[in-house]
Design a protein around this ligand. Structure first.
Ligand code: SF4
Length: 516
């Protein structure tokens, strides 16, 4: 009998290791032969640790399981899908999962991330097999035709980056994966690396074949030690099986891959700072042009995409551009792994085609606020994303639609706040975050964010005249930061600040006595 207990960092943080140990001990005490398999997380985080049992009717789920529940689960015959208060029936029939369109994350939580055989048994490396039979420009064309846009935040068409790199002659090119997932409330990159690391290797290898790059680097955030171990083990296994190295699967084409750990700076998620850091320098933003596709790592043409983008490439090569493009709406094609976090009953990963509304996400999937109170604000797109008021929750998940209401979809993180949130404090936090994380290269960001905190403090402590005077100053400062900052950190910090001012103005005017 096979039992699955996740080894995903999220599941481990709530006791998955103790559950695995308890299951092994209890099975041995009862003389039952069980095969414990460690999978990634299904992304149903409120049910972690989610234990699954392979039965004749498929995998059935129990959760959240603690080590203390294990004996009772055996008593309830959970090894054969027995009834128990923690039982959720067949995993694939759980509402939260059933209605998703899991393409990029199809194998996450399903396979053993340490097993190349498991990856192959679940359709792995079919995209590479297709790519090996194609010329580089044809691979690039498929990615262009699929409509895939960068999932890291900027939503720039991946195929255009690839084509620029392909068209830039050089004796050496690189593929760099941005795995510096630093946005608040985001975890899709980590889940993919911990749950299905081979898909990232496959995607990067295809990118290398497409543009003529023979070397790749995964720049991983230092806060992800489990992901580092999963990734390095997968690279070693792929190398041993001939999927990486001087002669990828006998094709005569080389692709080498290494993991490099970041140092913990938010700005190193910005592509040019990341390149500086990868080259061993201080992570500071570079001027553009030249773009990295022309002059990137060590001055060479470099394709840089984030984890979700590169992990989506294999399925596009396997099934064709139209298969992927047929999902989604408008210019937002395919699916997006959305990460639900904050004050929600059911936080987790929801991969759906673009087009569902924020309200569906928060109410249908998320189950509303965990506190049971009304949802008041939603921050979409990380710490630089605008605060969207409850009245605008019918906006669809679509890059252009979210931009039209002054927001940004970013990396797909959705953080929910109930009606107890203090939006003036959130605005102040945005400026504080920018002051701490600024790389210091340009004045509007480096100095502006510090002045921003001071101006907000004066708004919150002064009388009505002082508040009004400082609001004018704050709006002016935000305008300067948007217009004069070199990168998105300084250029977008005003988004959460201005959205808080515009949609939740009362929190600034009623703030006397609550000041930061
Ligand atoms: Fe650095 Fe801020 Fe300027 Fe970006 S906006 S380059 S983070 S100082």
């Amino acid at each position: 009998i096979t039992i699955y207990v996740p080894c995903d960092a999220g599941a481990l943080s709530v006791g998955a290791e103790a559950v695995a140990t308890a299951i092994t001990a209890e099975a041995s005490r009862r003389g039952i032969d069980v095969h414990l398999k460690r999978n990634g997380s299904r992304g149903l985080y409120w049910l972690e640790p989610l234990v699954e049992v392979e039965t004749s009717a498929g995998r059935v789920a129990y959760g959240p399981v603690s080590a203390d529940d294990v004996s009772a689960l055996f008593d309830a015959d959970f090894l054969h899908g027995g009834k128990h208060p923690l039982a959720h029936g067949p995993t694939s029939e759980i509402d939260y999962l059933k209605n998703q369109q899991r393409l990029t994350c199809a194998r996450v939580g399903v396979v053993d991330p340490r097993s190349l055989d498991d990856y192959l048994a679940h359709g792995g490396y079919r995209g590479l097999a297709a790519a090996l039979g194609m010329a580089g420009p044809s691979i690039v064309q498929v990615v262009l035709d699929s409509g895939l846009r960068g999932r890291g935040g900027a939503a720039f068409p991946a195929g255009i980056k690839w084509k620029t790199c392909l068209d830039t002659p050089s004796t050496q090119k690189y593929v760099v994966c941005n795995a510096d997932e630093g946005d608040s409330g985001t975890f899709a990159d980590r889940m993919i690396i911990e749950g299905d690391p081979f898909v990232l290797i496959e995607g990067m290898t295809i990118a290398g074949l497409a543009v003529g790059a023979t070397r790749g680097y995964i720049y991983l955030r230092v806060e992800y030690p489990h992901a580092q171990r999963a990734m390095e083990a997968a690279i070693a296994a792929a190398q041993a099986a001939g999927y990486l190295g001087d002669d990828v699967r006998g094709s005569g084409k080389a692709f080498h891959l290494e993991v490099r750990m970041g140092g913990g700076a938010y700005i190193c998620g910005e592509e040019t700072s990341l390149l500086e850091s990868l080259e061993g320098k201080r992570g500071q933003v570079r001027f553009k042009p030249p773009v990295p596709a022309v002059q990137g790592l060590f001055g060479k043409p470099t394709v840089m995409n984030n984890v979700v983008t590169l992990a989506t490439v294999p399925l596009i090569l396997e099934h064709g551009a139209a298969y992927y493009r047929d999902y989604g709406i408008g210019k937002s094609r395919g699916t997006l792994p959305i990460q639900l976090a904050g004050n929600l009953k059911r936080p987790g990963l929801v991969e759906c085609a673009f087009g569902l509304s924020l309200r569906e996400l928060i109410e249908h999937y998320g189950g509303g606020a965990a506190s049971g109170r009304p949802v008041r604000a939603v921050q979409v797109g990380g710490p630089l994303g605008a605060y969207i008021p409850a009245a605008q929750l019918d906006t669809p998940v679509d890059y252009e639609a979210i931009a039209a209401i002054g927001g940004m979809l970013g990396h797909g993180g959705v953080v929910v706040f109930d009606d107890t949130v203090d939006m003036a404090a959130q605005a102040r936090y945005a400026m504080t975050f920018c002051a701490i994380e600024s790389c210091g290269k340009c004045t509007p960001c480096r100095i502006g964010s510090v002045r921003g905190v001071e101006v907000i403090d004066r708004m919150l402590t002064g009388d009505a005249v002082e508040r009004e005077r400082n609001e004018v100053l704050l709006r002016d400062l935000c305008q300067t930061m948007v217009a004069g900052s070199l990168c998105a950190l300084g250029g977008m910090t005003p988004f959460p600040v201005l959205s808080a001012l515009d949609h939740f103005h009362e929190d600034f005017t009623d703030h006397v006595g609550k000041a930061a």
